[in-house]
Design a protein around this ligand. Structure first.
Ligand code: HEM
Length: 517
């Protein structure tokens, strides 16, 4: 199947944005038709091609695609065409792997789209009497939560208010890089960069959400922070296991109990951090000191979310915001190290806009088109969420002339689409230039379909953290470029991606950071 349990998870909680904006990408063809074709010869899903369960098992566990389910998307597309059906365990999934078909699904997703059902998350919340939150709530209840988050997360001036916090964390990252390279044998290498960037991502998101520093980039990471990071990892890993096994196995297999324990740890630490910060803010207000309009203050003062909903929502934002951004940063630095011409051009752009290592302002970031093109191209080659989902529960759907009943789960094969030569010339190459309007053509690019590049998802349920993630990545990369030239280790082999829910490096990325004069 082009659909793994891992995909289910992001289909799961992944992370939401803008409405369908045909202008979303730099090279959107305005003339393409997104309308749903209708003829009289409708077909049913039983007529769709797709692998048998045994073929799927063979691919996943004999051929090794369980770890590379992003590649299975392309393989299956070549065998079955752009739409096929996969059945495996509890899943019956319709895979769509062309921008036109993805557009058709999204056009019919309804007012309150659902990525996938998360029965095990819902069950945990009910077990503990917690609020459902962003990922489990559906319909108008989900929208109510989104409408509180969107203004603070998706409006640029609001997002820019997080710039000082993010830059403080980038300061710490720079110090950490300096420390690690000075300790390395050749005094330049930072080993396992993704692990360092994960801690950076965690510190960055928690600084915004909890308005407190957790010390992830310190030499001695505080115990509570270590427990928190471990709980996040455990919960996400176990979430995939729990959904695969039927309920009766819970008394014999340890996964459900450990899943509940991991959620308990995660929720309790988040609750403690939030309560502590809220007490500080309340004391501040009582003393007559003005409270800054930061994230928690915004959620509290909106009066639209209960305290229980705030606990869950903030935890879920953290879950969506760490490894997505940190993995994208890892891949970007990996490519910059292997492509000196791209890195040099990026350095010249950053240095031209902000000489003498001056910290860029948000206005100055907007004068760095090549920086943005580099990040876009990284997200095209390594879409950290390689497959997305839509569970259309309310209505029947007509896609590619097949009629699907209510409660059909669609897997949007984003990885296959943004690696498609018909959409992107030299699709396997790292060519940031393709995103620069003035230079289209030099990189052989041409007008691609708006739904061929949707790394943050699409529609009203798209990623709520898109703007924050972009700003964090722009500051981090521009400032790293000001200080260092990055290079691969001598003779280092290429690092391929693998799917572990997200598209992550299959082995540690070690890079040399040479201080710029
Ligand atoms: C490179 C960085 C990121 C990428 C590529 C990414 C990608 C995605 C994608 C593909 C989705 C699913 C969207 C859909 O279903 O259409 C999503 C949802 C989501 N993302 Fe992100 N994300 C990133 C960073 C972040 C950050 C920084 C945050 C937190 C501030 C975040 C929080 C979320 C949340 C909470 C959802 C679920 C929203 C909902 O269901 O209403 N993401 N993300």
């Amino acid at each position: 199947m082009g659909f793994s349990t891992a995909a289910v998870r992001y289909l799961r909680p992944a992370a939401l944005c803008a409405s369908l904006r045909p202008g979303a990408s730099a090279a959107v063809s305005a003339t393409r038709s997104l309308s749903v074709p209708t003829t009289n010869e409708e077909k049913t899903k039983d007529e769709l091609p797709g692998p048998s369960v045994s073929t799927t098992l063979y691919w996943l566990f004999v051929k090794g695609y369980a770890k590379n389910s992003h590649l299975l998307q392309g393989l299956q597309k070549s065998l079955y065409g752009p739409m096929w059906r996969s059945r495996f365990g509890p899943f019956d999934v319709i895979n769509v792997a062309s921008p036109e078909l993805i557009a058709q699904v999204i056009q019919q997703e309804g007012r309150y789209p659902v990525r996938s059902e998360l029965p095990h998350w819902k069950e945990y919340r009910e077990l503990r009497g917690q609020a459902y939150g962003l990922h489990v709530d559906t319909g108008p209840e989900w929208y109510r939560i989104r409408s509180v988050l969107n203004p603070k997360m998706l409006k640029l001036p609001e997002v820019f208010a997080f710039a000082p916090i993010i830059n403080q964390v980038v300061d710490d990252l720079l110090q950490r890089v300096e420390l690690l390279r000075s300790r390395s044998r050749d005094r330049t290498t930072v080993s396992d960069l993704s692990a360092e960037l994960y801690k950076f991502g965690f510190e960055g998101m928690s600084s915004i959400l909890f308005e407190s520093r957790l010390g992830c980039l310190q030499e001695e990471i505080p115990q509570q922070t270590l427990r928190f990071i471990a709980a996040v990892n455990d919960m996400l890993t176990l979430s995939d296991m729990v959904i695969l096994f039927p309920r009766w196995t819970r008394s014999v297999l340890p996964f459900w109990k450990r899943f509940v324990q991991a959620w308990d740890n995660l929720y309790n630490i988040a609750k403690e951090l939030i309560d502590r910060r809220i007490s500080e803010l309340e004391a501040q207000v009582q003393r007559g000191e003005p409270a800054e309009a930061t994230y928690l203050t915004h959620l509290m003062s909106s009066d639209k979310l209960s305290r229980a909903e705030i606990y869950v929502t903030v935890t879920e934002l953290l879950l969506g915001g760490v490894d997505t951004t940190s993995n994208t940063l890892s891949w970007t630095l990996y490519h910059l190290a292997r492509d000196p011409a791209v890195q040099d051009r990026l350095y010249r752009e950053v240095n031209g806009v902000c000489p003498d290592r001056r910290v860029p302002t948000t206005d100055e970031l907007s004068c760095m088109p090549y920086l943005k093109a580099v990040v876009k191209e990284t997200l095209r080659l390594y879409p950290v969420v390689p497959g997305n989902g839509r569970f259309i529960s309310e209505n029947e759907v007509l896609v590619n002339n097949y009629r699907f009943p209510k409660k059909t789960l669609f897997h949007l094969c984003h990885y296959a689409v943004c690696h498609d030569e018909h959409q992107f010339v030299h699709a396997q190459r790292f060519l940031p230039e393709r995103w620069l309007r003035a230079e289209q053509g030099s990189a052989g690019s041409y007008q691609h379909h708006p739904f061929s590049f949707i790394p943050f998802g699409v529609g009203v349920r798209a990623c709520v953290g898109k703007r924050v993630a972009e700003m964090e990545m722009y500051f981090t990369l521009s400032r790293l470029m000001q200080h260092y030239q990055v290079l691969p280790e001598d003779g280092a082999a290429a690092v391929k991606p693998k799917t572990r829910i997200l598209l992550i490096p299959s082995k540690p990325i070690n890079l040399r950071f040479l201080a710029r004069a």
